[in-house]
Ligand binder design. Structure first.
Ligand SMILES: Cc1cc2nc3c(=O)[nH]c(=O)nc-3n(C[C@H](O)[C@H](O)[C@H](O)COP(=O)(O)OP(=O)(O)OC[C@H]3O[C@@H](n4cnc5c(N)ncnc54)[C@H](O)[C@@H]3O)c2cc1C
Length: 438
């Protein structure tokens, strides 16, 4: 088969890897001038850093397996995480069960209750389908109580889903808790997070080289502008290359890995019921400021910010996880936000956003001074997080579209787990298998 793939993120590359391994011809088109999509990297102090913080959980076995298959297993490091929780003007340690027992913002009774509830959710072997019929807010208020919800879960949901937080189903939150605690191992005491030393970018580079060695092509930056449909069948792609040249190329099968809102623009022939499913999905965008500091900002790798007066939701100090020597000796800190496209913070210029963040940084660390910042970077990802509402399973579009020989696979079809590189790899391999079998 001659297969055309749109998008060279984790999903498109994982699919291309399996297709070429099975002897098929593949051409992957990527509109960006780099590979890896949301997990792409950029240069920081001579090292490679993800534009948005990235790590793996112990439960991410599809990504871990792929890393081993590519021969990068020895470079995969498992490092203990240091988690903090900013509440009431203080950074609380939030790494171990003992930290939870010492967590002052909740009374002792609630701390124990929260620990037991987390254990109960983690013990569920199969995802409980009734969780998609109830919002996370409703479920947590009923089972954990209003206080635990307001201190712990509400800030977390608001951080990820903004004004849409109250629509998010318990199925999503269960997936998050279940898989995160799976990274703690049997003792539950310590969480370990995985990182391919050399960055996720290196994984994509080796994937690219392997796909090419297996006979595939990866062409970027080249944007697919149209899926050519003839008599109800996808027969090719219309591509716009970097130099402005247009190309039409015939394929036997086509896989699109674009976000759902892009796909109907490429295929206006999609039947209305399928297109309606795609347009129902709303994404939150991720907006990130990355600071290179001459000193540490805090002790935490992952700092949840549970304070409504602070305009960002996470401070991820990468160099409290991976040594600063990989990034020219500076301390690397992400300020993370998930925003709707109509949020004023989404619309701000990088400088405006930075100015609005400075007082908040001083609130978290009163010593902080902007002169600590040696360099600052800004990244935006529009399709960062699909909002997972009630009865989401009914809204998921099928991988095989109603147009013959045309398939769609993207993060909106990952459920009930939270999207991540692991699940994009799983879905990429799954759709490739189905396309080869069909
Ligand atoms: C801030 C942030 C932090 C994250 N942290 C983690 C983490 O810690 N661990 C983890 O595992 N995951 C994390 N993720 C999620 C993870 O990065 C994504 O789930 C995964 O990379 C998605 O891969 P994908 O291939 O499905 O989609 P994408 O990466 O979005 O790839 C789709 C590709 O299609 C291309 N494309 C779109 N339209 C066209 C077109 N017309 N023509 C050609 N190409 C096109 C895009 O440019 C893109 O490269 C994070 C994401 C964000 C935003």
């Amino acid at each position: 088969m001659n297969i055309g793939i749109i998008g060279a993120g984790a999903l498109g590359l994982a699919a291309a890897y399996d297709f070429t391994k099975a002897g098929h011809k593949v051409a992957v088109y990527e509109r960006a001038p780099f590979l890896g999509g949301q997990a792409a990297t950029f240069d920081v102090g001579g090292g490679r850093l993800e534009k948005g913080y990235h790590h793996l959980f112990r439960s991410d076995r599809y990504m871990v397996d792929l890393i081993h298959e590519l021969g990068l297993g020895p470079k995969l490091a498992w490092i203990e995480s240091k988690v903090g929780f900013f509440h009431g003007g203080t950074i609380h340690k939030f790494t171990t069960p003992m930290d939870l027992l010492k967590f002052k913002p909740l009374p002792m009774y609630d701390r124990v209750k929260l620990g037991l509830l987390t254990l109960r959710l983690q013990r569920k072997k199969y995802w409980p389908q009734e969780y998609e019929k109830v919002t996370a807010e409703e479920w947590m208020k009923r089972h954990a109580g209003k206080r635990i919800y307001e201190v712990i879960w509400e800030p977390m949901l608001r951080g990820k889903f903004g004004v849409n937080a109250s629509q998010v189903s318990m199925a999503w939150l269960w997936g998050k808790i279940y898989l995160r605690t799976a990274s703690r191992g049997k003792s539950l005491a310590k969480e370990q997070l995985g990182y391919p030393m050399g960055s996720f970018g290196e994984v994509f580079d080796v994937l690219e080289a392997t796909i090419k060695k297996q006979g595939g092509e990866i062409i970027y930056p080249s944007s697919v502008e149209q899926v050519i449909v003839e008599n109800g069948r996808a027969t090719g792609l219309r591509i716009r290359h970097k130099d402005g040249r247009e190309e039409r190329r015939a394929f036997d099968r086509i896989l699109s890995t674009t976000p759902s809102y892009i796909f109907p623009r490429l295929v206006p022939e999609l039947p209305s019921d399928y297109a309606a499913k795609l347009s129902k999905v709303v994404y939150q965008a991720a907006v990130l400021i990355v600071m290179e500091l001459d000193r540490p900002f805090s002790w935490a790798y992952w700092l949840n910010v549970a304070d409504r007066s602070i305009p960002f939701v996470g401070v991820i100090e990468h160099t409290n996880y991976i040594d600063k020597s990989h990034y020219g000796g500076n301390h690397v800190v992400y300020l993370s936000n998930y925003l709707a496209k109509d949020s004023p913070y989404y619309k701000m210029t990088p400088d405006e956003l930075w100015q609005s963040y400075i007082p908040a940084l001083k609130k978290i660390n009163p010593d902080f001074d902007p002169s600590w910042v040696k360099k600052r970077h800004y990244h935006k990802e529009d399709a960062a997080q699909p909002i997972i509402g009630l009865n989401y399973s009914r809204q998921i579009p099928s991988l095989k579209t109603p147009i013959n020989d045309l398939w769609l696979a993207n993060t909106t079809q990952i459920y009930p787990e939270d999207r991540g590189t692991n699940y994009s790899v799983r879905l990429g391999r799954q759709v490739a298998k189905q396309m080869m079998e069909s």
